[in-house]
Write a protein that binds this ligand. Structure first.
Ligand SMILES: N[C@@H](CCC[C@H](N)C(=O)O)C(=O)O
Length: 281
């Protein structure tokens, strides 16, 4: 079996994009996605993304497998890559073009900008315990600076769902966080029944934050778009930042705006094709 693909990256969060427009089912299984994502024995990526036919009055459907084979609801950097991929497949990259994309987190709308930038209407954040989901608080309560014990220490966490779960912790010294060891402890903590993405954040100024991320199903990555959105929501809710904020990740910066007029979060950042190839199964 030969599988044509295009490799994309958004701030170093990298994905294998597959043209799946002919079928509503992904061309490959979760197990094959794990093999393709392997950085030594495969193509190497943080996930595999499929451009499927639209449903429920959308133009396309996005599905994604993390590098461990699990299927998340949404991916912020990935949907910017998908928008560029669709523009390439349709041979139409008109600036200002929007696509309605069906995802497991609802309809998400990316818009092509100049210079390989994409702005995405990421929808409203979800804040209740039952929506994250987490058992840290009652289902009808928000999780704002709630203590969570990990490795013998109480961390004050704020949880936000951008369709997928995020657990955000503000720290004084980002560089000192042992992400590799504590990231998985947060991800698999029993209070998160569907596991969680984990963000550590240092507030530099009300309009500038630095973050590092441990992703559910992928581990340490260079960037996480849904994570950057969740961080701005968490920071605003706890009085730490403005509605418009630059979020600096190891792979570069995202511009995030949580609008007070429509309660939706808007994310702008780059997405770039890197190479094309054929994967041999
Ligand atoms: N890197 C992504 C998020 C991908 C999904 C995540 N690992 C999960 O399981 O929720 C992003 O840019 O948002």
């Amino acid at each position: 079996m030969k599988i044509p693909f295009t490799k994309y990256q958004g701030l170093g969060n990298d994905f294998i994009l597959i043209d799946n427009r002919h079928s509503p089912e992904p061309l490959i299984t979760a197990e094959m996605a794990v093999a393709m994502c392997d950085r030594h024995f495969g193509i190497g990526a943080d996930g595999v993304i499929f451009a499927l036919p639209g449903q429920a009055a959308t133009d396309y459907t996005m599905r994604i497998f993390n590098s461990d084979g699990s299927e998340p609801e949404m991916c912020g950097n990935g949907i910017r890559c998908l928008a560029q991929f669709i523009a390439r497949l349709e041979a139409n990259n008109t600036i200002g073009r929007t696509y309605r994309i069906h995802t497991l987190a609802g309809t998400i709308i990316p818009r092509l900008e100049a210079n390989e930038q994409v702005t995405v209407d990421m929808g409203p954040p979800q804040l209740l315990g039952s929506e994250i989901p987490t058992t840290l608080v009652k289902g009808s309560e928000k999780v704002l600076a709630v203590p969570l014990e990990v490795e013998g220490k109480d961390w004050l966490v704020t949880c936000v769902s951008m369709g997928n779960p995020h657990c955000v912790t503000f720290v004084d010294d980002l560089a000192s966080i042992p992400l590799e060891t504590i990231g998985p402890k947060f991800e698999h903590h029993p209070v998160f029944p569907q596991r969680t993405n984990v963000e550590f954040v240092e507030v530099v100024a009300p309009d500038y934050m630095k973050m590092r991320v441990w992703e559910r199903g992928a581990g340490i990555t260079l960037a996480c778009g849904t994570g950057a959105c969740a961080v701005v929501v968490a920071a605003l809710l706890t009085g730490k930042c403005d509605r418009r904020c630059t979020v600096e990740l190891p792979g570069g910066c995202l511009q995030i705006h949580w609008s007070d007029t429509d309660n939706r979060v808007y994310m702008t950042g780059p997405a770039k094709a890197v190479f094309e190839g054929i994967y041999l199964v």
